[in-house]
Design a protein around this ligand. Structure first.
Ligand code: ATR
Length: 282
């Protein structure tokens, strides 16, 4: 695909950014829709982020995605935050419009859309157990609350962090002890791992899933590897298991639509294109 002098520009800012799948993801949609556009990696050090942020619109960028470690800084540099950005205190999608830098968080939409893809459109009167209380956890909690979850049990190694996050979200979210997992799981319709446990190079997440109801769903936000031990355990019990790649695919959609004016779709072909990269086949 060639681009012209009028190509629409966007990208992903991170440090490091070399591992990001976003250029491949957006590049797939750009080619599919035959757009005169480019989406590029932007390796920006934390100390340079504010300066780079100010320059990108002057270079003609329509906006960009933000990944670690810049999401909180992007929140402070943007205006007109959407509800998800307010709920998470983090911005992963910046849209430059009429001289303003609008801040959005599409991770919340991404997780909700992923659940929708698996037939879960409502969690009304359901309990959810969330493992981990970091940045990713905030987006997952905001997502399941927006789907109507009655109760979210937030379990984290450092209980103080879970308590602080639970207090931020209010009475539907409750911090609880790791040791109480069996009784929490017995009531859960959905279990989500948002910790880094199970990721390549990290310790395994070892929990006993036997207390989960037979119709419970298990989701992992980890996608390196795609099949985590947690998901393998869930499948061995016959439970629906959702891997972390789907959230990445769905969170990309609103930014692409805003920058390039086309509503892209998450398809099995797109997923296969990214799985090939994760598995080192392409
Ligand atoms: P992110 O923004 O991607 O969520 P993070 O803010 O660093 O990343 O959060 C990582 C999460 O994984 C935290 O909930 C962390 O638990 P602590 O708050 O106790 O640090 C969790 N985590 C990381 N390593 C862990 C380990 N070895 N055992 C248990 N939890 C772990």
């Amino acid at each position: 695909m060639t681009i012209s002098g009028q190509a629409k520009l966007a990208g992903v800012a991170g440090w490091p950014v070399g591992h990001s799948l976003s250029p491949r993801l957006h590049g797939f949609w750009i080619a599919q829709h035959r757009l005169d556009a480019a989406y590029v990696p932007l390796a920006i050090k934390p100390e340079d982020f504010a300066a780079a942020f100010a320059v990108l619109p002057k270079l003609g960028f329509r906006g960009f995605n933000v990944t670690l470690p810049h999401k909180e800084m992007a929140f402070s540099l943007t205006v007109d935050h959407d509800a998800a950005a307010v709920a998470t205190g983090a911005v992963n999608t910046v849209v430059f419009e009429n001289g303003r830098a609008m801040g959005r968080n599409t991770d919340v939409f991404g997780f909700s859309a992923l659940l929708g893809e698996h037939g879960i459109v409502s969690l009304t009167s359901k309990s959810v157990v969330v493992l981990g209380a970091g940045g990713a956890s905030r987006a997952i909690i905001a997502s399941v609350l927006s789907l109507g979850a009655e109760r979210v049990f937030l379990v984290n190694r450092t209980i103080e962090k879970a308590r602080a996050l639970a207090a931020f979200f209010g009475e539907r979210v409750q911090a609880d002890d790791w040791a109480r997992l069996p009784s929490l799981l017995a009531r859960a319709a959905l279990l989500v791992n948002t910790t880094s446990l199970g990721m390549n190079g990290q310790p395994e997440l070892t929990i006993d899933l036997s207390a989960l109801p037979t119709d419970a769903v298990v989701a992992d936000i980890v996608y390196r590897p795609l099949q985590t031990r947690l998901l393998a355990q869930a499948q061995a019990r016959g439970l629906k298991a959702i891997d972390g790649l789907g959230m990445l695919l769905h969170q990309a959609q609103p930014g692409f639509a805003a920058w390039f004016g086309v509503e892209p779709v998450v398809t099995p072909q797109l997923r296969a294109h990214l799985v090939a990269a994760l598995e080192g086949r392409d």
